[in-house]
Design a protein around this ligand. Sequence first.
Ligand SMILES: NC(=O)C1=CN([C@@H]2O[C@H](COP(=O)(O)OP(=O)(O)OC[C@H]3O[C@@H](n4cnc5c(N)ncnc54)[C@H](OP(=O)(O)O)[C@@H]3O)[C@@H](O)[C@H]2O)C=CC1
Ligand SMILES: CC(=O)[C@@H](O)[C@H](O)COP(=O)(O)O
Ligand SMILES: [Mn+2]
Length: 374
Amino acid sequence: MQRIAILGSTGSIGTQSLEVVRANADIFEVELLTAANNWELLARQAIEFQPSAVIISQGEHYDKLRSALSNEPIKVYAGAEAIEQEVVNPAIDTVITAMVGFAGLAPTVAAIKAGKKIALANKETLVVAGELIIPLSLKYNAPIIPVDSEHSAIFQCLVGEQSPIKRLIITASGGALRDLPPEELEKVTIQQALRHPNWTMGAKITIDSATMVNKGLEVIEAKWLFGVEHTDIEVVIHPESIIHSFVEFHDGALKAQMGTPDMKLPIQYALTFPKRLPLDTAPYNPIQPLTFREVDERRYPCLALAYGALREGGTVPCVLNGANEVAVARFLRGEIGYTSIARHIERAMEHFEKEKICSFEQIYELDRRTRLFT
Ligand SMILES: NC(=O)C1=CN([C@@H]2O[C@H](COP(=O)(O)OP(=O)(O)OC[C@H]3O[C@@H](n4cnc5c(N)ncnc54)[C@H](OP(=O)(O)O)[C@@H]3O)[C@@H](O)[C@H]2O)C=CC1
Ligand SMILES: CC(=O)[C@@H](O)[C@H](O)COP(=O)(O)O
Ligand SMILES: [Mn+2]
């Protein structure tokens, strides 16, 4: 039995992870579920999956959650610190990091230090601190298996491969605004930006997909996961999101992993690698045309900012990420326009001096200062 913690169980990745668990109840059992505010869904999940513990990080919901589970043999905790304390429980084998944003870093560090297998969906963890996370996972023998669809695709292409990677080609849908004339981007509504053409995801990553910050974060994530320099990582727009990325080898051979857009596949594979379990997903139609486009930097200025942050290295990706999280939250609250997101990121990157990364405390402090500045 693989005993699983799902950090962020009430979100898009979290709920799909529970679908995978439900379909394979003979293989997986749930030890820990966490959420931020959605105590009602968390309570329903707890009653169905009977974890040892649940955690709601926003304490104001604790009493309601506790009373909803008053007849269940389930421990109930509140607060972000509780996630770091409970995720190291020896009864947990695998941690699915499905929280969104920088908040996922600390619990992931705790899980790594406890030697857990990490099914990593929270890409921000590697963006802000990959330089520390990768050596830490080696030191504590905590394997990191990517859930992010492109990185899962690359990981799947590398299974059994002995040869070094020559080039990664990461595919991008182009996001919700890919066909909008660039001059109309200034005025897009939140609803327009949230209408992703291929994937149903949480709000933050959906906006990141529209700006292509997501793809920039994924380039940084790929560097840390696969040890490939930014000069050997390319991005291509592939509107159908069927090819989830390519790996090119030095003999010119390319491998890709394909499939209809369904995050349950990379989630399940991260849990069962190197085995594959059956999965009920939409069949691929081999006569469906597959198309590709170049990235228009005028439409997606954030991608160049992310490449710049990666080229700079050190603490610059942490600044990029913090400014983006603040800007996206402001956009989603209707406080700023869509094209201001790039400007927020640029200003923050210009403001903060690049530093060499020395510690997690340095990253926590820089993230805090970046949010205050942005
Ligand atoms: N969705 C997708 O298809 C993909 C997502 N990813 C990555 O996976 C991660 C999760 O994305 P997604 O599922 O879309 O996100 P969602 O916004 O759908 O879900 C986020 C989850 O994290 C919880 N959460 C949010 N903020 C905090 C916090 N400060 N402390 C503790 N818990 C918190 C939420 O709780 P609550 O519900 O109570 O708010 C929810 O359970 C992201 O890093 C994303 O980039 C990567 C590839 C694909
Ligand atoms: C499903 C997944 O992995 C997301 O990260 C997805 O890639 C977002 O789509 P974009 O390709 O539009 O960024
Ligand atoms: Mn992705």
